[in-house]
Design a protein around this ligand. Sequence first.
Ligand code: COA
Length: 155
Amino acid sequence: MDEISKPPGIIITKMQSVHLDDLAQLERLTFSRPWSYDALAEELQNPLAVFFVAQSPKDKQAVGYIGMHHILDEGAIANIVVHPDYRRIGIAKALIAAAVDYAEQNRLSRLTLEVRVSNLPAVALYEGMGFKRDGIRPDFYDSPKEDAAIYSLYF
Ligand SMILES: CC(C)(COP(=O)(O)OP(=O)(O)OC[C@H]1O[C@@H](n2cnc3c(N)ncnc32)[C@H](O)[C@@H]1OP(=O)(O)O)[C@@H](O)C(=O)NCCC(=O)NCCS
């Protein structure tokens, strides 16, 4: 999949170097332990990395992304984030749909991820997309310390 159009005019495309400034800024805006520009840039060279970006049609701003690693027959989703100004219009759903599309095309057996147990928007997103809770990883996160819930979508 090179590019697919999604409502509301947002384009989902593969991550490229032109997106890195916007995504590093989005990381800083969102997370207590953000991925840096350099960490994101390294993923462009990582053969296991499958990263999709949501791009706004007007100014080509990168307003969200999903980052996944294709390891054996699994896709491990490392991150998904959408800019606060663009939330609740289906962008995260479109990003996950792109990951599902990739998984189906590459015959993966599952997509898997961890999420803070208190992150109710993300939990609602994953459960709404059909992910099932596999278990809990106690004290998985720092800043602040918190359990992770493990979710998987099986194919
Ligand atoms: C979680 C996040 C990625 C959702 O992005 P989004 O583009 O707003 O999500 P969508 O518009 O595609 O919403 C899809 C579904 O997710 C759920 N959802 C999203 N935001 C929600 C919220 N604030 N409260 C409750 N449910 C929510 C809903 O079920 C929603 O479906 P609906 O709009 O039909 O009710 C976004 O809130 C975000 O970037 N959060 C900060 C980063 C983060 O926590 N990432 C997850 C790390 S594991």
